[in-house]
Design a protein around this ligand. Structure first.
Ligand code: ZN
Ligand code: ZN
Length: 98
């Protein structure tokens, strides 16, 4: 007799939850590691892509955090703003001296 133990497709794969379920076979299977750090929805622990830390986020915020384009644009805006501020300061200094 073979049993195919396929998990439902809606369930995200999470090593922490899988370990917990393996260690607590008599309890109801865990579907979440805890509340999302950003919005409080059921989330899962994982390594932060840019920091040496583990955080708990829901699927939506994991997608947002790991999306490559979104943050990149924000950084560009910050750099642009800093550059413009420096340019304005440099210009006002130059205007005084010449
Ligand atoms: Zn969230
Ligand atoms: Zn989990």
């Amino acid at each position: 007799m073979t049993m195919t133990g396929d998990a439902p497709m809606t369930q995200p794969r999470c090593g922490y939850c899988e370990d917990w379920n393996r260690q607590h076979p008599n309890e109801a299977p865990r579907t979440s590691c805890g509340a999302c750090d950003s919005c409080g929805a059921p989330g899962h622990f994982g390594a932060h892509p840019r920091r040496p830390a583990s955080i708990c986020l829901c699927e939506e915020h994991w997608a947002e955090l790991t999306a490559p384009g979104y943050r990149f644009e924000l950084y560009h805006l910050v750099y642009l703003f800093v550059l413009l501020t420096f340019a304005a300061i440099a210009y006002s200094f130059a205007a005084k001296w010449f």
